[in-house]
Design a binder for this molecule. Structure first.
Ligand SMILES: [Zn+2]
Length: 264
């Protein structure tokens, strides 16, 4: 499920493949992933234009066109694929841009929980979605982080994943960040002192930046990450104990019960 590091890697991929090429044609294979635009509208708005640049906020990727902005959200299982041979169209490609260099970019989305939309203004979109600041934005410093969490009740993991508080962290990276500081995901947010909050903040930046550096590929993650051991009975990289699966807000969470003490 694409989270901030995955979308940052998609951005890098998009920038390296799809920028500054004229879009010759667009094929919508499944209009279910279109949020605010019809298939024919998307085709006519994109054809003849070119992507001029990209930006990312949280789990959203924005691609600037001559007149519009294409917003990509990848849902649970999305990705991008750039390819030349039209016979190699990836399975579950929901929308495809054909470029004037005979290459194609597919928005691949098996479970169709991703979305494409066209907007005019990124700032207005972020406000309408009430998205919090991007957690890797340079302006999102410890003071801003502490302020966004102050007075919040509820479990720290749930708060870190609340895109209206701060944008970018999902289920998998929330577990990694909390494991790195040995804090149990169910710990009430308002019981965390300044020192612990600072450690979580530092771990958040470090974990996400490390993941981006390593192409968001768990096979390349450092040995002290718990993500590669994300299964019931996985081996804790710190103590060698068994990783345990818990349900938190309906999602599977993975913790080391030896390293991360459950709140009473
Ligand atoms: Zn452990």
């Amino acid at each position: 499920m694409p989270e901030l590091p995955d979308v940052a890697v998609f951005k890098r991929y998009f920038d390296a493949t799809a920028l500054h090429k004229e879009i010759d044609d667009v094929h919508v294979r499944d209009a279910q992933i279109l949020a605010n635009v019809s298939g024919p509208q998307l085709v006519s708005r994109l054809t003849g234009s070119a992507f001029k640049g990209t930006s990312r906020h949280g789990k959203y990727l924005f691609a600037m066109l001559d007149e519009d902005v294409l917003v990509m959200h990848f849902g649970m299982t999305g990705r991008l694929q750039y390819y030349k041979d039209p016979d190699r169209e990836p399975r579950y490609a929901r929308c495809i841009c054909d470029f004037d260099n005979d290459y194609h970019l597919a928005f691949v989305n098996p479970r169709k929980l991703g979305q494409l939309r066209l907007i005019q203004d990124v700032g207005a979109f972020l406000r309408a979605k009430q998205l919090g600041p991007d957690v890797l934005d340079d302006d999102f410093d410890f003071a801003a982080f502490r302020k966004r969490l102050s007075g919040r009740r509820g479990m720290i993991k749930t708060r870190l994943m609340d895109q209206k508080i701060m944008a970018g962290i999902g289920n998998v990276y929330a577990d990694e960040i909390l494991f790195q500081v040995r804090i149990h995901p169910k710990t009430p947010t308002n019981e965390l002192d300044e020192k612990v909050l600072h450690a979580i903040f530092d771990a958040m930046k470090k974990v996400l930046e490390t993941a981006i550096d390593r192409d968001a590929d768990p096979h390349q993650f450092p040995d002290h990450f718990i993500i590669p051991q994300r299964r019931e009975g996985g081996e804790c990289p710190a103590c060698g104990g068994n990783v345990q699966r818990l349900k938190i807000s309906g999602r599977s969470s993975y913790v080391c019960p030896q390293c991360q003490e459950a709140p009473v």
